[in-house]
Design a protein around this ligand. Structure first.
Ligand code: GDP
Ligand code: MN
Length: 393
């Protein structure tokens, strides 16, 4: 689960990292009011930033500075509603504009092969790290942190010196360790600060000081560990969720869209994968992975059918249910109900074995469903049906 910059900053702040103040606004009026508060408090300018779950907002015109309330209002009006990489901007972050001296890059990701946390850092921050990796790979510093111990002091100090942050050693060490702590605290896959910047601050007497601040933040949380952090569920941005993903989660169905033409409805992840393999062996391509889970009843089957049919590429549906806790007759009822509501006629091949399979067969026969007794046969029939309806379409 990707979370917005503002939420990522909340988590960084909770782990003690230096993040400048901010407000989130959904309307031009709210953005204006936020800018007014910051400017009245003595800031020279504010930065207004599109809150969308994609990178490169700056380049796309989604990050702008404003020096007055009027300018902030105009810029917020430009950014709200604009489209960045196909996503409509529905909210902006408003913050005091930092006076940037130099930008750095710092991130932590899971290195599955090494079973450790990989820290990446660069003194060439601000730009996308992928670009640095291409143009100047030597400018990227990497090191690994132990998942139990986190980033050790000496590692953090060495990193700070290699980045040329010796003058900000204490703060840099705290930030590097904090990034790893944030990874561990929330079971994140990625914590990225780009830019981590040296910013200049001016005191009332005109004197200036320099310190480090996290001006941008990106965090991806491990979906499989979200149950350990129920409080983070509120950070899910429903504005940017795929509607199909939303419906699947609401129904408790594991659903992953693929590129083929054969919709698969199966119970059990292992059986779902086997079904996909057999579809491929029969010469077809699965349109999705779908596991309705154990003990699914008619309404869940109907929801699964709706999910499959939202994909316009689907030319045939293969239902493969192994009845254990799941009762075959319940599934059959769900299929019959789902088909009666189906606004698009798609051929369906059903194989149900196990608990109440005979009753299921009877119901399906009466409703004129095409059934199969073996999985090989079911896969073959589904591929034939897809090819036939593909040719007809
Ligand atoms: P991204 O393009 O989506 O990564 O958005 P960022 O928040 O990283 O902003 C992009 C760039 O805008 C940064 O690398 C900075 O150069 C600039 N920027 C962001 N915030 C500020 C700020 O407060 N002050 C100044 N002067 N520039 C900023
Ligand atoms: Mn950035």
């Amino acid at each position: 689960m990707k979370i917005q910059e503002a939420d990522a900053k909340t988590l960084l702040l909770a782990q003690g990292l230096p993040v400048p103040a901010w407000e989130v606004a959904r309307t031009v009026a709210d953005a204006r009011a936020a800018a007014e508060r910051f400017l009245a408090a003595g800031d020279d300018a504010v930065v207004i930033k599109a809150q969308v779950l994609v990178g490169g907002r700056g380049k796309a015109g989604g990050v702008k500075l404003a020096r007055s309330v009027e300018e902030a209002e105009r810029i917020a009006g430009d950014i709200l509603g604009m489209s960045i990489k196909g996503i409509e901007v529905r909210k902006v972050l408003v913050a005091p504009a930092a006076d940037i001296v130099k930008e750095y890059y710092l991130s932590a990701v899971l290195d599955r092969a090494e079973r450790r946390i990989l820290i990446m850092a660069s003194a060439e921050g601000g730009v996308e790290i992928e670009q640095v990796a291409v143009d100047n790979p030597d400018a990227i510093i990497t090191l690994h942190a132990d998942p139990e111990l986190g980033l050790l002091d000496w590692q953090a100090r060495s990193l700070a010196f290699r980045l040329g942050l010796g003058a900000h050693l204490k703060q840099a060490v705290g930030i590097a360790k904090g990034v790893v702590r944030t990874m561990l605290a929330y079971d994140a896959d990625l914590v990225e600060i780009n830019p981590l910047a040296i910013v200049r601050e001016r005191a009332a007497d005109g004197s200036t000081t320099e310190r480090l601040a996290a001006l941008d933040a990106k965090i991806t949380l491990d979906d499989s560990a979200l149950f350990r952090h129920p409080e983070l569920e509120t950070m899910r941005d429903l504005d940017e969720e795929d509607p199909t993903d939303l419906e699947a989660r609401a129904a408790g169905i594991s659903f992953i869209k693929l590129d083929g033409t054969i919709g698969c409805m199966v119970n059990g992840a292992g059986l779902a994968m086997t079904t996909m393999d057999l579809v491929k062996r029969a010469g077809g391509e699965p349109a999705n992975f779908l596991d309705i889970g154990g003990g699914a009843r008619a309404d869940k089957v109907a929801a699964a059918m709706r999910l499959i049919l939202t994909d316009r590429n689907v030319r045939a549906i293969l239902v493969n249910i192994f009845g254990g806790i799941t009762r075959g007759d319940e599934v059959a009822k769900g299929l019959i109900e789902a088909r009666s509501m189906q606004e698009r006629a798609v051929p369906m091949v059903v194989r149900i074995v196990g608990t109440n399979a005979e009753e299921a067969q009877r119901l399906l026969r009466e409703a004129n469903f095409k059934t199969a007794s073996s999985l090989d046969e079911a896969a073959r029939l589904a591929v034939e049906a897809a090819n036939a309806s593909g040719a007809a379409a």
